[in-house]
Design a protein around this ligand. Structure first.
Ligand SMILES: Nc1nc2c(ncn2[C@@H]2O[C@H](COP(=O)(O)OP(=O)(O)OP(=O)(O)O)[C@@H](O)[C@H]2O)c(=O)[nH]1
Ligand SMILES: [Mg+2]
Length: 250
């Protein structure tokens, strides 16, 4: 997680070449132990905020969905098209997570939904605390949909419960069918996996059956949809899934 990869802001520490030479096996043992303890503390703290968010969503009967993928898989585009189809009949709010910029929140506003942008700075994932703050900036109506677009990253965001009802993991056809095997934590936690940009399949060597088989090796229960935001393929199944998940709340 971020403690290990060094992108966690407050907990960041850097190693120099000289430092590495001075470490002996004993130091490494202690360092690893400290890292494990720190990871546990961070995740335990996160879980408290996630529980608060979960209570908030439940009190408002708001379906909260956490969208996860590598950068550029099509999270914002999927949300834009979803908002265009649903926002006239359902209140939709989007919490956007990116390291920098307000670009995705602006795209969501242009598509017709309220959005709040979290800029994570050094951190490579959203956490429960950040999402709790974002919720203070949105006046969430009852019976709504709250979509949380996580920072594009297939590793760290998998570890952080945000209090969401469902995790939707996207993988685009340009990424390679091996990604579920290389980043198993992300795919293991998914309630739904959406294979995106399927309109591009005729131009690629991507083997979609192999990709689905790889997802199944990691996660035998998640639903898998094939979707294109460019030509609308798969959107009916996706929107139906959202409504079913929402109905399950009440
Ligand atoms: N051909 C095709 N292109 C798509 C599709 N969905 C998204 N794209 C393109 O993929 C690129 C990235 O899409 P985004 O929606 O910004 O991806 P993202 O996952 O939100 O990216 P980050 O927020 O940076 O992680 C854009 O150029 C989109 O137009 C699709 O279904 N088909
Ligand atoms: Mg985006």
């Amino acid at each position: 997680m971020c403690v290990t990869c060094g992108c966690g802001g407050d907990h960041q520490h850097t190693h120099t070449h000289d430092d590495n030479h001075q470490h002996d096996a004993h130091d490494h043992h202690h360092a690893n132990h400290d890292v494990v303890n720190l990871e546990s503390e961070i995740l335990a703290e996160n879980n408290k905020f996630a529980a608060q968010n979960r209570s908030f969503f439940q009190a408002h009967q708001a379906l909260a969905v956490n969208f996860l993928s590598s950068p550029g898989s099509g999270k914002t585009t999927l949300l834009e098209e979803t908002i265009k189809l649903m926002s006239s009949t359902h209140p939709i709010y989007v919490i956007e997570g990116d390291q920098h910029t307000e670009l995705d929140a602006n795209r969501i506003r242009n598509a017709g939904a309220e959005a709040y942008q979290i800029q994570t700075g050094k951190a490579c994932h959203l956490d429960g605390h950040m999402v709790g703050h974002a919720l203070e900036h949105l006046v969430i109506k009852d019976n709504s949909f709250v979509f949380i677009e996580n920072v594009g990253n297939l590793i760290c965001p998998a570890l952080f419960d945000l209090g969401e009802h469902a995790k939707v993991v996207l993988i685009s056809v340009t990424e390679g069918e091996d990604k579920p095997l290389k980043y198993p934590d992300m795919f293991f936690g998914a309630d739904l996996v959406i294979i995106t940009k399927v309109d591009l399949l005729p131009y690629l060597k991507f083997d979609i059956n192999a990709c689905e088989a790889n997802i199944r090796k990691i996660n035998s229960k998640a639903k898998i949809f094939q979707v294109s935001a460019s030509n609308g393929q798969g959107f009916e199944a996706w929107i139906n899934w959202l409504h079913s998940a929402k109905a399950y709340l009440s």
